[in-house]
Write a protein of this length. Structure first.
Length: 189
């Protein structure tokens, strides 16, 4: 839509050369940004694999188990779900949103073996945790800030941590309240 608008404006102002130059410059910057972020994602995705193979993610899973057991009560008896959820949460804690996607998909696939009501609760909680994700290390944002000349790319970490804690808390409480309301409604029917 923006390209069409730019072409129309360029046609009416009789200045197509500026439109062409701006389009080419923007395309070049977009490709450079994709390449830069791809390198960052490869680095952090590889680090995630190293953490997984060395047992670091297992240690994080043990630390997160009280929280994951509370949030995913319906799936506690299903190790495949809990493992995929823990890997997803670990990737999000490290700020690796793209590395979290495969484990999130694996978690949803594993949740297919749960009863329908439990599956809906678990998937809704996973979506909230993925969307609002608490980030201890905002690596993707830091990479983008570094690419755009930030002298200290990680100086936004405290504000990101605070805002993500608030959003995750609000999201989890909302999911819990909606599920509680739904459960009570089913009790009276």
């Amino acid at each position: 839509m923006l390209s069409v608008s730019a072409l129309i404006c360029g046609f009416f102002t009789n200045d197509m050369t500026s439109i062409s130059a701006a389009s080419m410059e923007s395309c070049t910057k977009a490709v450079e940004l994709v390449l830069y972020l791809s390198g960052s994602m490869c680095l952090w995705g590889g680090l995630m694999k190293i953490c997984e193979r060395s047992g670091i993610t297992a240690a994080i899973a043990r630390m997160l188990s009280p929280v994951t057991k509370l949030l995913f009560k319906e799936a506690v008896h299903c190790p495949a779900v809990m493992n995929a959820v823990t890997m997803n949460l670990t990737a999000n804690l490290l700020g690796l949103g793209n590395a979290a996607t495969p484990s999130g998909i694996a978690a949803v696939k594993a949740m297919q073996q749960l009863p329908p009501a439990a599956r809906k609760k678990c998937i809704s909680m996973l979506v909230v945790l993925n969307t609002a994700s608490i980030q201890l290390i905002p690596s993707t944002i830091a990479a983008m800030r570094l690419e755009h000349g930030a002298a200290s790319p990680f100086d936004v970490t405290p504000s990101i941590l605070f805002s993500s804690l608030v959003s995750v808390t609000a999201g989890c409480l909302t999911v819990y309240a909606l599920n509680l309301r739904k459960d009570k409604r089913h009790e009276f029917q």
